[in-house]
Write a protein that binds this ligand. Structure first.
Ligand code: AGP
Length: 609
């Protein structure tokens, strides 16, 4: 989704801004722009191509000045075009925006009546003109900015500059992230710390409703009423290595191979001999979970699939009734909240608009406690939840979620273990057995990664295909859903995940020699049922690609190819069987020549509805 960078320094800032934009490219975008101030004039360049093209234009035309803002845009109001790209400008002000101004049409009507004419179709230009109109009434820029925001409905992260005040940079946020980066004699703004890592490690995270006034030597933060607020400075532990591709061709590939290490990090210090260490979940000291009787999980996309797997674990290990919902559905229905229900959100970014909205709604709905499973410790979701379980996957840059997913799964398993102990549903020997299994998980995932070359060859057979089915049963059904999501989002091959038992209720009509059917078939209690479903496909001439457990010794034949994975505790199979499906979609995308790390139309953090 959109990215913002802003900088104020003694030196020219265009290189800082462009480098920041490059580091935000992973979020997904369709146009980019930059605007600096020098000698009382704006220097603004925009493109509907990549940041590299903007860099070339800046090299040619120049973008001088020690004050500037820059943006990568993911279109919401108005298609991708140079005119709609940010920064937007009036005679005196320039602004970049992430988010949506929902009442932009009413504001636009009012401004048009005052004589404002609009160059773009964006809601951002409307908000900018509103600020401009207030400046024209004699207010200083900061007060005009504050008053305009009081009239704006919706979500925003904003960076604003005034060409008459080259010593001031302004920012504000509501429901969209924005951080201030602290330098020495220079300061910065960005929608993500990754953008500013080359210039600083010290950050202030703005909260909703806050407005910041930044100069080269000072940072002042105000609440919506215009009162000063004091904020903590946080030191980021991210390093350059975490955001470089290293020896890999794509971030997604690197992140798939990082999974064993990521899982080690997730478990590190959180396991005791027969369960969970006391401080494994942040917030437990203040928020006791012994009264929990039910669990509601809410998330989007891949994180939703993690929640679906979590339901199997939670119900099996804790006996607590668990339901899982898509956040964009949950937030708009009248939900019945049962007494003593724990509300769990799952999100890699912690900024997904629908998930965040559900958390805020849940706080009004009488849930017992809120807990989030998240990869970003500074995110809104972590800050606003009672308890949190950080996935510790490290920065995930590829739009397709991989290591974030498997670490979410492990967190859900840890939560199940914890609640199983608290509720007395898990015996000490079973807990010890599970702890031992979790310790073996990184090695099992390394083993699964050993299938990479075989899957790369398999992907050649998928290259010309337009559709694909993924089948699984029980706890492997959500893994089939996730396999299908991964394949469609990065290779653009249409794919559907199905509970294999549903095959004969409709999708079996699709089976023919051109339709690959991928089956996740580990050795578990449902295997015999799944083998019957496999026969149903075989009997209709379908092409089967079966991922199975090594000890089962299934054999290749004219209709089916077998890929084997290590034997493991049944409860851990979802994590292990996810890996070959990630590899399959990765290699299909490479063969299809798609933009693997930034697939078309997708954004890494979906911060708008
Ligand atoms: C994953 O591959 C997707 N890009 C997407 O479904 C993602 O999982 C979803 O947008 C939720 O994001 P979150 O985990 O940051 O909330």
């Amino acid at each position: 989704m959109c990215g913002i960078v802003g900088a104020i320094a003694q030196r020219d800032v265009s290189e800082i801004l462009l480098e920041g934009l490059s580091r935000l490219e992973y979020r997904g975008y369709d146009s980019a722009g930059i605007c600096t101030v020098a000698d009382g004039k704006f220097h603004c360049l925009k493109t509907i191509e990549k940041v590299q093209a903007l860099r070339t234009e800046v090299a040619k035309a120049g973008c001088p000045g020690g004050l500037g803002i820059a943006h990568t845009r993911w279109a919401t109001h108005g298609g991708p075009s140079v005119v709609n790209a940010h920064p937007h400008l009036t005679e005196r002000l320039a602004m970049c925006h992430n988010g949506i101004i929902e009442n932009y049409q009413q504001l636009k009507d009012k401004l048009q009546a005052q004589g404002y004419q609009f160059k773009s179709q964006t809601d951002t230009e409307v908000l900018l003109c509103l600020i401009d109109s207030l400046v024209k009434t004699g207010l200083d820029t900061q007060e005009a900015f504050r008053q305009a925001l009081l009239q704006a409905e919706g979500s925003y992260a904003l960076a604003l500059i005034d060409r008459e005040h080259p010593g001031d940079l302004y920012g504000a946020r509501r429901h969209s992230p924005l951080v201030v980066g602290l330098g020495i004699g220079e300061n910065f703004l960005a929608s993500d710390v990754l953008a500013l890592l080359p210039v600083t490690r010290r950050f202030i995270y703005l909260d909703d409703g806050e407005l910041v006034h930044i100069t080269r030597g000072s940072v002042e933060i105000f609440n919506a009423q215009g009162q000063r607020v004091e904020k903590d400075i946080a030191e980021s532990s991210l390093d350059a290595e975490s955001i470089s591709k290293g020896r890999y061709r794509h971030f997604m590939q690197k992140e798939i191979f990082e999974q064993p290490q990521a899982l080690e990090n997730t478990a590190m210090g959180r396991l005791s001999a027969d369960g969970i260490a006391p401080d494994a979940i942040s917030g437990l000291a203040q928020h006791d979970l012994s009264a929990v009787d039910n669990i509601k999980i809410v998330a989007c996309g891949t994180s939703y699939h993690a929640g679906l797997v979590g339901k199997y674990w939670l119900e099996e290990l804790t006996g607590l009734a668990t339901s899982v919902e898509i956040a964009s559905e949950y937030r708009y229905r009248k939900a019945v909240v049962k007494e003593n229900t724990l509300f769990v959100t799952i999100s890699q970014s912690g900024e997904t608009a629908d998930t965040l909205a559900c958390l805020r709604l849940a706080k009004e709905q009488g849930y017992l406690k809120t807990l989030c499973i998240c990869n970003v410790h500074s995110s809104s979701l972590v800050r606003e939840s009672d308890l949190s379980l950080l996935t510790r996957a490290g920065a995930e840059i590829g739009v397709a979620s991989t290591k974030a997913f498997v670490t979410q799964l492990l967190c859900l398993l840890l939560l199940s273990l914890y609640l199983g102990e608290v509720k007395g549903t898990l015996s000490a020997p079973r807990r010890t057995q599970l702890v031992e299994s979790i310790k073996k998980l990184p090695a099992l995932c390394r083993d699964a990664l050993g299938q990479d070359e075989a899957i790369r060859q398999l992907a050649q057979e998928f290259a010309g295909k337009h559709h694909c089915l993924f089948l699984g049963r029980g706890i492997m059904y959500p893994i089939a859903l996730e396999g299908a999501l991964k394949l469609k989002e990065i290779s653009y091959i249409h794919a559907e995940g199905y509970a294999a038992g549903e095959l004969k209720h409709g999708p079996i009509a699709l089976i023919d020699k051109d339709m690959p059917v991928v089956v996740v078939a580990p050795d578990n209690a449902l295997l015999s049922k799944l083998l019957s479903n496999i026969e149903e496909v075989r009997a209709r001439g379908g092409l089967l690609y079966i991922f199975s457990t090594r000890s089962l010794k299934l054999k290749n034949d004219a209709h089916s190819r077998i890929f084997t994975l290590p034997d493991a505790d049944e409860l851990l199979q979802p994590l292990i069987f996810t890996i070959p499906l990630q590899l399959l979609s990765y290699h299909c995308a490479v063969i299809n020549g798609t933009d693997v790390d930034q697939p078309r139309n997708l954004a890494k953090a979906v911060t708008v509805e």
